[in-house]
Design a protein around this ligand. Structure first.
Ligand SMILES: C[S@@+](CC[C@H](N)C(=O)[O-])C[C@H]1O[C@@H](n2cnc3c(N)ncnc32)[C@H](O)[C@@H]1O
Length: 309
C-alpha cells in the first residue's frame, strides 16, 4: 500500500470519459447505515470514482480518510477529486491494504466496501470486461498484474477452465463451454469468446449466454472471492467499538461470503463482536433500479462493532 498520495501515472486508458460515468449505488442506504458524523475516521476499500466517498466526506467534514483502489485510473481520478491532506490514497488490493493498516494499529469509525467492477471497467472496451464492447481479453482491475483473461482462456486445461466456469459462474453448461473454448483456441477478444460460448447453446434466462462465463473469468483474474473472504474478518478487526461496516455485493457468491462472515461474528451470544444491522440485505428502490441498472443486483449488509475480542 502506498501510504501517501501516489504520483500520478500515465495510463493508456481514458481514466473516465462520458461513456464511463460511474453512478454510486444505494447512496441513501449507505449513509443511513454508516451514519457518518463530523470527525469520523473513514476507510473506503473500493473507492472507485469517489461517489460514496464524496458524500461521506461531506459529513465527516475534517475527519481523516483512507481511500483504497487497485485500479490506477481510479486512483488518478481520486487524486484530482480529493485534494485534502486528511485524505490518504492507497493503490493496491484491499486485502493487502487492510493488513498494512492493521500492522500500523489503525482503526476506523466507518468502513465501506462496494464490491466488484466500476462502470468504466465495463464501458471502456480496452479493459476487456464487456460482452457488448469488443476488446482484448484482459479483465484486470489492477493493470500491472500479470494474469489476464487471455492467459486463462488460452492456457488453462479444459478441466481447470470448466472448474472456474462452474465454481465462479455457477454455469450449468460449464463442461460443454470449456470444451468449445479449447476447440476454438486461440481466442483473443471478448467478441470472439462470447460467440464461442454462445455456440455451446442459449442461456435459460434473458441474459447473454456468456454472462456467467465472463463473471467467472473476472473473478478468477482478480482473485475476487479469496480477497473478500480473507478481508472481512480483518475489516471487523479494524473497526473501532461503536464503528460501522457496510458491504455492497452484486452477486450471490459475494453476498454469501458477507452473510456467513457477519453471522460468524454477530451471533446472538454474550460474546458477539458485532451487531448485524441488516437482518435481510437492503436493496435499491424501484426508482434507483430504473435510473441505474447496476443497482438492480446490489445488496447492502451492515454491522455495528460492539467490542474488540
Ligand atoms: C463498484 S466500484 C466502487 C465505486 C465507488 N463506491 C464509487 O462510488 O465511485 C468498485 C471499485 O473497487 C475496486 N476493487 C474491486 N475489488 C478490489 C480489491 N480487491 N481491492 C481494491 N480495489 C478493488 C475496483 O477497481 C473498482 O474501482
Amino acid at each position: 500500500m502506498q501510504k501517501s498520495t501516489p504520483k500520478k501515472q500515465n495510463t493508456t486508458d481514458e481514466p473516465l470519459g462520458e461513456s464511463g460515468e460511474h453512478i454510486p449505488v444505494l447512496m441513501e442506504q449507505v449513509l443511513q447505515y454508516l451514519d457518518p458524523k463530523p470527525g469520523d475516521n473513514y476507510l473506503d476499500l473500493t473507492a472507485g470514482y469517489g461517489g460514496h466517498a464524496e458524500q461521506i466526506l461531506g459529513r465527516t467534514l475534517n475527519g481523516p480518510a483512507v481511500l483504497v483502489d487497485r485500479d490506477i485510473n481510479a486512483i488518478n481520478y481520486l487524486q484530482d477529486k480529493f485534494k485534502s491532506d486528511n485524505v490518504t490514497l492507497s493503490h493496491g488490493d484491499f486485502l493487502g491494504s487492510t493488513k498494512e493498516l492493521i500492522d500500523q494499529n489503525q482503526s476506523f469509525d466507518l468502513i465501506l466496501a462496494d464490491l466488484g467492477v466500476s462502470s468504466p471497467h465495463l464501458n471502456i472496451a480496452s479493459r476487456g470486461f464487456s460482452i457488448n464492447n469488443n476488446g482484448p481479453l484482459d479483465m484486470r482491475m489492477n493493470q500491472s498484474q500479470k494474469l489476464t483473461a487471455d492467459m486463462i482462456v488460452n492456457s488453462y486445461s479444459q478441466s481447470d477452465l470448466a472448474k472456474v466456469i462452474l465454481q465462479y459462474g455457477e454455469e450449468p453448461k460449464a463442461f460443454k463451454i470449456a470444451r468449445h473454448i479449447v476447440q476454438n483456441r486461440p481466442l483473443h477478444t471478448t467478441k470472439d469468446l462470447a460467440a464461442v460460448i454462445a455456440s455451446a447453446g442459449p442461456s435459460k434466462s434473458k441474459v447473454h449466454p456468456a454472462t456467467r462465463v465472463f463473471q467467472a473469468l473476472r473473478i478468477e483474474v482478480n482473485d475476487e472471492l479469496r480477497q473478500i473472504e480473507q478481508a472481512i474478518p480483518l475489516w471487523i478487526q479494524l473497526l473501532k467499538p461503536g464503528g460501522r461496516l457496510a458491504i455492497i455485493s452484486f452477486h450471490s457468491l459475494e453476498d454469501r461470503l458477507v452473510k456467513n462472515a457477519f453471522a460468524e461474528y454477530g451471533s446472538d451470544t454474550y460474546d458477539a463482536i458485532i451487531k448485524i444491522l441488516t437482518k435481510k440485505p437492503v436493496v435499491g428502490d424501484p426508482d434507483e433500479i430504473v435510473s441505474n441498472p447496476r443497482a438492480r443486483s446490489a445488496k447492502l449488509r451492515a454491522v455495528f462493532k460492539i467490542k474488540t475480542k
